[in-house]
Write a protein that binds this ligand. Structure first.
Ligand code: DAH
Length: 337
């Protein structure tokens, strides 16, 4: 190797050192000049053939150069590492962030919670019962024998086993009375099923059942509790009316209507143009029902009521189609957050 050749390598290395811009440039540089087959390493190997004086001089120069390059590379590397850390990430920081999706409580669940909260301070305990019921609890024990036309009032879904989907929450009255001793006060929310579907009826809907049994309970207690409930849920000035009615499990029986808030009493499809909406059935517990659970009707009396949750939610929120509760469109559900 000639002296000029070595000079050329030195110049090239110094020039390329100044041009290093990235860590990969640096790696390539190392390989090219200082690696096993790098030109400086090569040159150091080849100076053996030079005359002694030249060999000493050139060897010292090359070693010096190698040391210089190694030091330079080390500081260059630190510099580049620092710069790379600072390099902007490959993302667009002006893009808007994604908002987290928050869930909400379904309007029917809200109403059920609210109804329970109205009654629990009055001493009513929240209980539940099964949705698949026997004819006995759903009908017979509630004074609806097999031949009774009231069995047709509620279009029942029967299961192959002979069991049925409860048509109302009233069977919970029977279960609660059997499980407890009087006096008692219970409130029982739950799903009920009837073969029925239009703007006001859904094959699955919700009721809240109430029952109070004590030694001296009167029809005025019932009216008092129901009026209190209506004012708590719909506000002080709510219009309500009681109508005589018939249920096999109560005597006497009544239905309570609320002035239709959808049309303000003018008449609309929700109230069938009557200006009133029935929201519950109620009455004094029939002596036959008390006998069915071995309560002595001479000692114990009670009142019971069954509220339609969807009806109440429709009135509270001004919704004119019951099916909206079950279609679960986000725009509908989100309006209750
Ligand atoms: N179970 C009745 C229905 O679904 C509602 C009802 C009426 C419940 C009178 C009662 C009651 O507890 O006393 O139509």
């Amino acid at each position: 190797m000639k002296i000029e050749e070595i000079q050329r390598i030195k110049d090239e290395a110094l020039r390329e050192l100044r041009a290093l811009r990235s860590l990969s440039d640096l790696e390539n540089f190392k390989v090219k000049f200082l690696g096993k087959k790098g030109s400086i390493t090569q040159a150091l190997r080849e100076i053996k053939g030079l005359p002694l004086e030249e060999r000493k001089k050139t060897g010292a120069e090359l070693n010096q150069l190698r040391q210089y390059l190694e030091d330079e590379l080390e500081s260059k590397k630190r510099e580049l590492l620092f710069l790379e850390e600072d390099k902007p990430l490959d993302i667009d920081i002006t893009l808007p962030g994604r908002r987290p999706l928050y869930g909400g409580v379904h309007p029917l669940a809200k109403v059920i919670d609210e109804l329970c909260e109205v009654f629990t301070p009055l001493g009513f305990e929240v209980v539940t019962g099964p949705e698949i019921e026997s004819e006995y609890y759903n009908f017979t024990a509630l004074n609806i024998p097999e031949w009774h036309p009231a069995r047709d009032m509620q279009a029942t879904f029967y299961l192959q086993s002979g069991a049925l989907l409860r048509t109302h929450t009233s069977p919970i009255q029977i279960r609660a009375m059997l499980a407890r001793k009087p006096p008692l006060r219970i409130i029982a929310p739950g799903k009920v099923y009837r073969c029925d579907a239009d703007v006001r009826h859904s094959p699955m809907f919700h009721q809240v059942e109430g029952l109070m049994v004590d030694r001296e309970v009167s029809f005025s207690d019932l009216k008092g509790v129901l009026s209190y409930f209506a004012r708590e849920v719909f506000g002080e000035g709510t219009r309500l009316r009681f109508r005589p009615s018939y249920f096999p499990f109560t005597e006497p029986s009544l239905e309570m209507d609320i002035g239709c808030v959808i049309c303000g009493g003018e008449g609309c499809r929700v109230c069938s143009n009557t200006g009133w909406i029935e929201i519950l059935g109620a009455g004094m517990v029939h002596p036959e029902v008390l006998r069915a659970v071995n309560y002595d009707p001479e000692q114990w009396q009670g009142f019971a009521f069954g509220l339609g949750v969807e009806r109440i939610a429709m009135l509270k929120y001004g919704i004119d189609d019951i099916r909206l509760f079950f279609e679960n469109h986000l725009y509908f559900l989100e309006s209750f957050k």
